[in-house]
Structure formats: structure tokens, C-alpha cells
Design a protein around this ligand. Structure first.
Ligand code: NDP
Ligand code: MG
Length: 389
């Protein structure tokens, strides 16, 4: 691990995504604190090459093996090592050329490289919530075993983490996750059934990757975050509450045993939790826009409508029952979102696919890692068959 005087070497897994590119902005703005040593992309070779030429990392990985030759050739005049394929992500996660893994791959694909980074003793900055939804018990146990800190980047969990600094001896009564409600807040099923991809991709407060934007529109994102919170902060399901807060100024709250509630606030900007995780335990001065009470002078709160946004109800079921159910739900959701983004199913069909997968895949109360992998595969196949993908 680097000392305060040395530069923290960052590996960004998913550097071409929404979180990855914002993390590179933070690194670029703080060259005396951070360097980018590993960059990875799945298909976006052009951006990966551009990033590699700019940041001169130790290693890059392109997931799509067909693009290896192009990336290799473009970086031929540099010292950057080029790898390709899914396995390469795990191999690179096991290298010593970095101190801190920013886990910013989207979906289940982020799980295996993150497990390798933990086994390699690296600090994890976790944006990839699916990692904890799929196998939270195993990931957190491994982090304890290898004494690896997991610092959340998801804005709600970063807020809770920030509220908990200095409170190690104090018990949490509950955490309150805030949700913007997404673009369809207040809408009913008769409206949602006709919602198109382009409309669902317009989030009112945040600009993010396509998958999480759809998850925000269905409220599945908040369900995934409830499960993420349970594992990160060692909570019982009933200690995790959700409240709709359309302004996205309060990023989440912690209520302690004395009834006192701490909140973390600010404008919605992912650079803040990214920077906080990279620099933790320090805060870095920056010139990001500040929240102005005169401009946004009303903060409002309401109950989530789980009858309309049934994905949130399904996620609460998965949170309560545990075992492989969150893993199955996550896999079916990834397939359903993929199909919706390709106009293969409608907005409400996504919920039916997830619900049927959760009812059909055999329940396992205490899965091994292998059983999680198997449950993920079974749920994906089941959902794809149902949609006829
Ligand atoms: P994006 O879709 O914008 O980026 C995903 C990144 O992962 C890209 O670099 C992409 O490469 C890469 N990738 C995609 N599929 C695979 C795969 N199968 N194997 C390896 N790499 C892959 O996602 P976001 O940045 O929005 O989200 C990343 C994670 O962070 C998600 O888990 C999300 O839930 C979480 N998160 C995101 C927030 C946000 O504001 N965006 C907020 C809070 C959490 P390529 O570009 O080549 O396709
Ligand atoms: Mg979030």
C-alpha cells in the first residue's frame, strides 16, 4: 500500500464507462496523488487507445479478443502492455502494478476480477454493486480474510460510509437510502407499458451508463442498492429503508440508536464519491459546483410505490430470503434490461421475466461461489429462453 507521500496507483476496471471516465478526470486533476496504471474496456477500443496514449498506464485489457491486434498496434510505440479476453481481467487483477482497484465494470462481469483483487490484497473502490448483490457474503468474508478495505462509490453507500466515519463504536438503528424515483415517478402501469427505450434512458438528475439508467427507471437500482447496503454495512434486511427524494441532494442517511440521523448532502455528481474513495481518508479540494440553498430550497420525501414499480418489491423479497435469490434476480434483470434496450420486450415485461426466474430457479440457502456462478448461468438461460433471445 502506498504511503501518503507516494502516488496511489489506480487500476480502473471499466475505464471507458461513465464511472471510469469520471475517475480518469479525477486522476488527471490530481497528478501528484494518483496515477492510472490499469485501464480496461469491453468493446470500446477507440476510447481505450485514446486513454492509454494520454495516461500511459502499465497495462490495458480489451475484453473483445477480436480487437486485440488493433489496440496492440495503436500502442506499439509505447511501453503499455496489452491483454485481451475475460480471463485477462482476472490475471491483471492479480498483478502488483497497482494499489487500488476501482471496480467500475457493469454487471456480473465485475465479480471475478474484484475477487482476484481482494485475494491480491488491493484496496477496492466499489462502483460495481452487482458484485455484492450476486455474492455479497463471499466477497465481504474474503475482504475480512485478506484485510482489504472496500470503499463504496455508489453515491448512497458513499454517503452512509461518510456518515459512519468516527462512529465505529456506535450501533446503526437503520440506514435510509434515498432514491430520485427516476423519470417515471408518479406514473402508473397503464403509462409504463408504452414507455420506450429512449424515454427510459432520460434520467432527471444523473448521467450514467445505459444499464443502471434503466435500473433507475424501474427502481431495480434501489433494490440492488438495498442488498449492497446490507453486505457493506453488515445490516439486517429490516434495517435498510428506502425513501424517494426527487431532488437527489441528500445522498443517504444513517439513523443511530439514539434516534439521531446523519445525512450526507451535495449536488448529484459522481466525481465526488469517486474522489472521496480514491483519496480516503483525506478530502481533496476541488472546484466542482456547490449546492446552493437559494436555488434548490425544497427537499421533499415520499414513500416508494412498490405496487407500480414491482422490481423494487422483488428485490426486497430477494433481500429478505437471501441465499442465491439475489444472484438469480440480478442475472434475470441483466438479460431483461439487455432485451429492453434492444426493443425486444416492453418496460413491464422486464418485471415478469425477473419474477418467473426467481420462482423457477431452485433456491439454495447457503451457496458456494461455484453455486453462485451456476445460479447466474441458469437464470440467464431461463430468462433468455423466455424472451426468445
Ligand atoms: P457503463 O456502461 O458506462 O460502463 C461499463 C464499463 O464496463 C465500460 O468500461 C465497459 O466497456 C465495461 N464492460 C461492460 N461489459 C463488460 C464485460 N462483460 N466485461 C468487461 N467489461 C465490461 O457503466 P457505468 O459506468 O454507468 O456503471 C459501472 C458500474 O458502476 C455499474 O455496476 C453501476 O451500477 C455502478 N454505478 C454507476 C453509477 C453511474 O453514475 N454511472 C453510479 C453508481 C454506481 P466498453 O465501454 O468497452 O463497453
Ligand atoms: Mg446509487
Amino acid at each position: 500500500m502506498s504511503s501518503e507521500l507516494t502516488i496511489k496507483r489506480i487500476a480502473i476496471f471499466g475505464s471507458t464507462g461513465s464511472i471510469g471516465t469520471q475517475a480518469l478526470d479525477v486522476i488527471e486533476a490530481n497528478p501528484d496523488l494518483f496515477s492510472a496504471e490499469v485501464l480496461t474496456a469491453h468493446h470500446n477500443d477507440e476510447l481505450l487507445i485514446e486513454q492509454a496514449l494520454k495516461f500511459n498506464p502499465n497495462v490495458v485489457v480489451i475484453g473483445d479478443e477480436k480487437k486485440y491486434a488493433k489496440v496492440k498496434e495503436a500502442l506499439a510505440s509505447t511501453d503499455v502492455k496489452v491483454f485481451a479476453g475475460e480471463k485477462a481481467l482476472e490475471e491483471v487483477a492479480s498483478m502488483d502494478c497497482y494499489d487500488f482497484m476501482l471496480a467500475a465494470i457493469v454487471g456480473y462481469a465485475g465479480l471475478k476480477p474484484t475477487l482476484k483483487a481482494i485475494e491480491n490484497g488491493k484496496i477496492i473502490g466499489l462502483a460495481n454493486k452487482e458484485t455484492l448483490v450476486v455474492a455479497g457474503d463471499i466477497v465481504m468474508r474474503k475482504a475480512v480474510e485478506y484485510r482489504v478495505p472496500i470503499i463504496p462509490i455508489d453515491s448512497e453507500h458513499s454517503a452512509i460510509f461518510q456518515c459512519l466515519v468516527g462512529e465505529t463504536r456506535n450501533k446503526i438503528e437503520k440506514v435510509i437510502l434515498t432514491a430520485s424515483g427516476g423519470p417515471f415517478i408518479g406514473r402508473k402501469p397503464n403509462y409504463l407499458v408504452n414507455v420506450k427505450r429512449e424515454h427510459a434512458l432520460q434520467h432527471p438528475n444523473w448521467t450514467m451508463g445505459a444499464k443502471i439508467t434503466i435500473d433507475s427507471a424501474t427502481l431495480m437500482n434501489k433494490g440492488l442498492e438495498m442488498i449492497e447496503a446490507k453486505w457493506l454495512f453488515n445490516l439486517k434486511p429490516e434495517q435498510v429503508q428506502v425513501v424517494i427524494h426527487p431532488q437527489s441532494i441528500i445522498h443517504s442517511m444513517v439513523q443511530f440508536e439514539d434516534g439521531s440521523i446523519k445525512a450526507q448532502m451535495g449536488l448529484p455528481d459522481m466525481k465526488l464519491p469517486i474522489q472521496y474513495a480514491l483519496a480516503f481518508p483525506k478530502r481533496i479540494k476541488n472546484d466542482f459546483p456547490r449546492y446552493d440553498f437559494k436555488k434548490i430550497n425544497t427537499l421533499s420525501f415520499e414513500e416508494p410505490d412498490v405496487k407500480t414499480f414491482r422490481n423494487l418489491g422483488l428485490a426486497i423479497d430477494a433481500l429478505n430470503k437471501g441465499g442465491n435469490l439475489p444472484c438469480v434476480m440480478n442475472a434475470a434483470n441483466e438479460i431483461a434490461v439487455y432485451a429492453f434496450l434492444r426493443n425486444r420486450i416492453n418496460f413491464l415485461d422486464m418485471t415478469d421475466v425477473i419474477e418467473k426466474a426467481m420462482q423457477s430457479i431452485p433456491f439454495i440457502a447457503n451457496p458456494t461461489l461455484e453455486e453462485y456462478f451456476e445460479s447466474d448461468g441458469e437464470a440467464r438461460n431461463f430468462a433468455a429462453d423466455l424472451i426468445k433471445l
